[in-house]
Design a protein around this ligand. Structure first.
Ligand SMILES: Nc1ncnc2c1ncn2[C@@H]1O[C@H](COP(=O)(O)OP(=O)(O)OP(=O)(O)O)[C@@H](O)[C@H]1O
Ligand SMILES: [Mg+2]
Length: 238
């Protein structure tokens, strides 16, 4: 099981969209996915209510700092992926989720490159890592990237961030109508009508590439430190 958290202290960076696109794609591929919805706006919970049952995908709402470690512990044998969607904040549940993650994905809008919220999360990751003496794996994922932006331009951004020690996913999340519609219509990208939603095939390909890259990032031993991390988050747990 791997825990993947989407975090950016700035609101509207694209966390929830990225979390849902990744989760539905991982579930489509047959992985058992549980989304822990820790965003007070509960967008993924609303999506799930509109969608009804989606194979391999469960959404747990009202996740709190107290319940988060319990959920992860209980899901250990049942889920292949736990995806945590957080509020655009830098509070207790954000810090806890970062510490319990196998990989933190930090969405940054590719067009604006307003990276202040991302920098706050990067600092928090460093702080928690130093305090707990663990390495919290993390990457920036560029979101809402205009489909006309060239690979060369993205490589330039990537190189810039890499020179500051920040790794960036090769796969940007492109600005797509389908990624907005999914919240309104419910269901998955596969359930949408290509005659009604423009560039749906490209949106699906993008989701596939994102899930493939994220799965490659995760260490084979993703559950390596899970128990020790849970023990420190839940001091009285067995
Ligand atoms: N790749 C995308 N393509 C099209 N629209 C997008 C994309 N990513 C995000 N959006 C839109 O941008 C807005 C903000 O995205 P989202 O809700 O995912 O951000 P967030 O970081 O979860 O925000 P918050 O901090 O409020 O929880 C939404 O209207 C969403 O539909
Ligand atoms: Mg959100």
């Amino acid at each position: 099981m791997a825990v993947i958290t989407f975090a950016n202290a700035k609101g509207g960076a694209g966390k929830t969209t990225a979390a849902l696109i990744l989760s539905t794609e991982l579930a489509r591929q047959g992985n058992r996915v549980v989304v822990l919805d820790a965003d007070p706006q509960r967008w993924i919970t609303s999506w799930s209510e509109v969608s009804g049952r989606v194979a391999n995908l469960e959404v747990i709402s009202h996740v709190t700092p107290a319940s988060l470690p319990c959920h992860i512990r209980e899901l250990k044998g049942e889920a292949d992926f736990i995806v945590i969607d957080l509020a655009g904040a830098k509070d207790a549940i954000v810090a806890l989720a970062l510490g319990l993650s196998d990989h933190v994905l930090i969405p940054v809008q590719g067009c604006a490159m307003d990276a202040r919220g991302a920098v706050q999360i990067l600092e928090l990751i460093r702080h928690i890592g130093e305090k707990a003496r663990v390495r919290i794996n993390h990457s920036v994922v560029l979101t809402r990237v205009n489909s006309l932006v060239t690979t060369r331009a993205l490589q330039t951004i990537k190189a810039l961030l890499a020179s500051r020690g920040v790794s960036v996913l090769d796969t940007p999340i492109v600005e797509r109508v389908a990624y907005r519609e999914i919240f309104e219509c419910g269901g998955t990208l596969q359930m949408m009508d290509p005659n009604r939603v423009s560039n749906l095939d490209k949106a699906r390909e993008n989701a596939y590439a994102l899930a493939a890259e994220v799965q490659n990032l995760l260490p084979v031993t993703a559950r390596r430190a899970l128990m020790s991390r849970l023990r420190s988050a839940l001091p009285r747990a067995a």
